[in-house]
Design a protein around this ligand. Structure first.
Ligand SMILES: [Zn+2]
Length: 330
């Protein structure tokens, strides 16, 4: 996991799946982020879904709005936002950065095992996923992978596991089957299920005492996240007609707009011309040092939306129905 991915569309589904598992079983969950340093790529910039509530909020509206809030708070994007937000309930977190070096990695894993002492369920979130032949543990960038030896060790400690896996460019169904088979060999007696999206799979490995959850979790995934997750053991069960159980909601902080720090720049402020401030998203305005705010005319039948410099909000007039100056980009 990288801090730069926090809150992107894949992240939304990921927390959705964990929350769903929490809701069907009273598990003591440890989230092992398997953090690695951010890079310069654009990975993780897929945030448009946070402005499309009609389409996206209905899978888990509470989570959807919480992510909207977290990402519009102006705080630096990172897993600590998730830890603080409470969206994963009473989960505990292991947030130490994964080292490449073999000795450091061994220590890191020992610390992870210690941190998981009270957990009966561990979510492992490596950047790429499970180990590959060309990347021995201890090699450069081995920190992006989870190794079977580590899976085995946690399994022997009695932990049920959920493992993140990014799909390589190979046939998805074969890949899932092969990995599930490999995992089964390393986790004696595990009940295995796989949830997947176009780019990502989650391998669920349940200890005997949790085996009964497989059915329940599968049912809930199909009921709450239709068209979002495939469920490996039920690929042909006709999930196409399902509708999500929740209804779409509109979040207060939708679209990443946030308040300024003064009375007139706060979201919801309405000026003497009946023009309402809807917040900014750090886009520079046209005056020195200003950011552009989104405004909406509150005059009956108008509702025109346009941009304004923060300093102009208090006296802004609607460009459409009050002959105000043209709006600026927001
Ligand atoms: Zn107007």
């Amino acid at each position: 996991m990288k801090n730069q991915y926090v809150g992107d569309i894949n992240d939304y589904r990921k927390y959705g799946l964990i929350r769903l598992i929490q809701s069907v079983a009273n598990l003591n969950i440890l989230i092992a982020w398997m953090l690695t340093p951010d890079d310069d790529s654009n990975d993780g910039n897929i945030l448009e879904y946070l402005q499309q509530s009609l389409k996206w909020s209905l899978f888990d509206s509470e989570l959807y709005c919480a992510l909207n809030d977290a990402l519009s708070s102006g705080s630096t994007r990172g897993v600590s936002l998730i830890e603080r937000s409470g969206i994963l309930g009473k989960a505990n977190y292991f947030s130490v950065i994964v080292p490449d070096d073999l000795d450091d990695r061994t220590q890191w894993f020992e610390d992870l095992v210690l941190a998981s002492a009270d957990a009966d369920f561990v979510f492992l979130d490596p950047d790429n996923g499970l180990e590959i032949k060309s990347k021995a543990i201890g090699a450069k960038y081995s920190s992006k992978f989870l190794y079977y030896s580590e899976v085995e060790a946690l399994w022997r400690k009695g932990k049920s596991l959920l493992i993140y896996q990014h799909f390589p460019h190979v046939k998805r169904s074969q890949y899932i089957a092969q990995r599930a088979n490999d995992l089964q060999m390393h986790t004696k007696g595990a009940t295995v299920e796989v949830f997947f999206t176009p780019h990502v799979a989650f391998f669920l490995l349940l200890q005997k005492e949790h085996a009964g959850l497989k059915e329940q979790i599968g049912n809930e995934v199909l009921a709450r996240w239709p068209h979002q997750f495939g469920v490996w053991s039920r690929e042909n069960l006709g999930i196409e007609n399902k509708k999500a159980r929740e209804v779409a909601v509109k979040c207060e902080s939708e679209g990443g707009f946030k308040s300024g720090s003064t009375k007139t720049t706060a979201i919801g402020y309405i000026n003497r011309n009946n023009q309402k401030n809807l917040g900014h998203r750090n886009k520079p305005g046209t005056d020195h040092g200003q950011v552009a705010y989104k405004m909406q005319c509150q005059i009956n039948q108008c509702g025109h939306k346009y941009g304004s410099n923060g300093t102009d909000i208090f006296q802004r007039k609607c460009p459409k129905c009050q002959s105000g100056l043209p709006g600026i980009d927001y």
